[in-house]
Each structure stands twice: as structure tokens, then as C-alpha cells.
Design a binder for this molecule. Structure first.
Ligand code: NDP
Length: 282
């Protein structure tokens, strides 16, 4: 037991969860950086979100992550938003600066940071499957990073079109919708192909609706699903000679970015990756 008081607390507010890999990863990273900080996972029902954020202010927490179902609603209780969070209309990371609470979105930034190890999004045509929270966050950051064009492929046309409109009108990156029916054939010239749907979550055999024969070796193929990290989608892409990126990298990198936002210190990504792998028993 350390004899000094705990320096700072950050938290995660969301719906009931059996366990939180982010808590495990963050606490390891705090310890590795020599910071006596804590990361709490708090179950907050939607009707108590306003009071919970007041509590965060009152108790002087350094900030927190906000997960489903609070990512949009929390905006109403914050003082300021980053450019990306404002464009996405969703916040997953809050930082307290003095008495002001500032909302960020680190999901898309985490993805782009992970992607940069294999490809530069600037000037690239991207195809993204999905139009939910993860897809919106990733597509906005890819647009802000200079992607040449973003093709949104989604099952529900209205949701897909809403993302396309956001990208064209506010992010100013050319974008168009492909309404998903059957298997999507990736267009030649596409450099980055991303599964940002929940297909593959807890199902290592799940089929992502893409014609695998349309993938070619010059493409980078990514998945947001991190549990399991080695999805059927990535195995299929590897069999076509593509470079692949799993969802663990995105999770680690969004954690790295949040850690830096709260503490001002760069954490060790290897420690965080190792903690996640241990937690997920990979
Ligand atoms: P949402 O519920 O907001 O969106 C899910 C998306 O998946 C929608 O576009 C939905 O299409 C599509 N979809 C789901 N099932 C099917 C199906 N059978 N066929 C076609 N499309 C389908 O979820 P999120 O965006 O919040 O999360 C998506 C995934 O991203 C989850 O697995 C989550 O764990 C992961 N994630 C990973 C992170 C990381 O750091 N690695 C961070 C955040 C999320 P439709 O619009 O038609 O319903």
C-alpha cells in the first residue's frame, strides 16, 4: 500500500459490464509510468447521467471515458468540445481543465494512429463497412487526415446516408453511399478497407459481407472488432495477400491518447497491449 494519497482519479461511465479491459489496461499503464492514479468503472443509468457528471466535477475527478449509452447525451453536460467530437456528435473521453470539462473523441484517432503503421490515409480511397458509432468516429478522422474519398457501405440506407452527408457537408471529404445487399465487391483503386460493423464480435467464424475475391495485395484491411482480434475477415484478407490491422491496435491507441490527455505523459503502448492481451487471454 502506498503511503501517499492517490493523486488523481479517472473513471469510465457506462452500462453494466462484466469486466472492463480498458480499466485493466489503464491501471497497468499508470503503474508503469509511476503514477498513483486510479481508473474506476462506474455503472451509470441514463437517468442519472447528469448527476453523475456533477459528481465527477464535485469530487475533482481528472476526467473519464463515456461509453454506450452516454456518448451523445454527455455532450449536454460539458463546457467545450474538440473539433472531432463536435463533428461526430459523440464524446468518449472527457478531460477536466480547471473547472471546465472538455469532450474529446479518441476512437477515430486511435484507429488512424494504428493505421499509420501500415498506410497513410492522406490521398487514399477508403471503403468502410458500417455507419454506427465506430464507423462515424473513424470516417471523420480519416476525412480530417486527408483521405481522398470515403465509400460508406451500410445495411440501413438512412444511417449510411447520414454519415455520407456529414462527411461531404461538414468534414469536406468526398463520400458516397453503397447500400449493402449481398456481398460488397471492393472497387479497384481502394487502398484501405475497414470492417466497422459489429460482425465478428464474439464470433470468430462470422462472415463480413464482402466478396473476398475483390481484395488485392496492395490493400490494407482493418477490423474494429478486438475480441477475438483474429477474425475470419482478417484471416480471409491475409489469404488474399493483404496487410491487416486488428481492433486491438485501435483500442490500445485510443487508450494511449486518453492517457496523454489526462496525465500529460506518454504511456508505454507495449505495456498497454500486453495488459489487454493478458485480460483477453490471447
Ligand atoms: P453500432 O451499433 O453503433 O453500429 C453497428 C454497425 O454494424 C451498424 O452500421 C450496423 O448496420 C452494422 N451491422 C451490425 N450487424 C450487421 C449485419 N449483420 N450486417 C450488416 N451490418 C451490420 O456499434 P459501434 O459502431 O459502437 O460498434 C461497432 C463495433 O466496433 C463493435 O464490435 C465494437 O466492439 C467495436 N469497437 C471497437 C473499438 C476499438 O477500440 N477497437 C472502439 C469502439 C467500438 P445498420 O446501420 O444497418 O444497423
Amino acid at each position: 500500500m502506498p503511503d501517499s494519497p492517490i493523486q488523481e482519479i479517472v473513471c469510465c461511465m457506462g452500462q453494466p459490464v462484466a469486466g472492463n479491459p480498458t480499466q485493466f489496461m489503464m491501471e497497468r499503464a499508470f503503474a508503469a509510468a509511476g503514477l498513483d492514479w486510479r481508473y474506476l468503472t462506474l455503472e451509470v443509468p441514463p437517468e442519472h447521467l447528469a448527476n453523475a457528471v456533477l459528481g465527477l466535477r464535485a469530487m475533482g475527478f481528472r476526467g473519464g471515458n463515456f461509453t454506450v449509452p452516454h456518448k451523445v447525451a454527455v455532450i449536454g453536460y460539458l463546457d467545450e468540445l474538440s473539433e472531432a467530437a463536435e463533428l461526430m456528435g459523440a464524446v468518449n473521453c472527457v478531460n477536466r481543465v480547471g473547472q471546465r470539462l472538455i469532450g474529446e473523441n479518441t476512437d477515430g484517432k486511435g484507429f488512424v494512429q494504428s493505421l499509420r503503421s501500415l498506410a497513410d490515409p492522406a490521398g487514399s480511397r477508403v471503403a468502410i463497412l458500417g455507419a454506427g458509432g465506430a464507423a462515424r468516429a473513424i470516417a471523420v478522422e480519416l476525412g480530417l487526415s486527408g483521405a481522398e474519398e470515403i465509400v460508406v457501405v451500410n445495411r440501413t440506407a438512412e444511417r449510411g446516408q447520414a454519415l455520407v452527408d456529414l462527411l461531404n457537408e461538414r468534414v469536406k471529404v468526398p463520400s458516397r453511399l453503397v447500400h449493402l445487399s449481398g456481398d460488397y465487391s471492393v472497387e479497384p483503386g481502394t487502398k484501405i478497407v475497414i470492417n466497422a460493423t459489429s460482425i465478428g464480435l464474439a464470433d470468430p467464424e462470422a462472415h463480413v459481407p464482402v466478396n473476398i475475391d475483390s481484395l488485392s495485395p496492395e490493400m490494407v484491411v482493418a477490423d474494429v472488432v478486438f475480441n477475438p482480434p483474429r477474425t475470419q475477415w482478417l484471416r480471409d484478407a491475409e489469404s488474399r495477400g493483404c496487410k491487416t490491422l486488428d481492433g486491438l491496435g485501435m483500442l490500445v491507441n485510443q487508450g494511449v491518447i486518453g492517457f496523454k490527455i489526462w496525465t500529460g505523459v506518454n504511456p508505454d503502448p507495449a505495456v498497454m497491449q500486453e495488459a489487454l492481451e493478458e485480460y483477453l487471454e490471447i
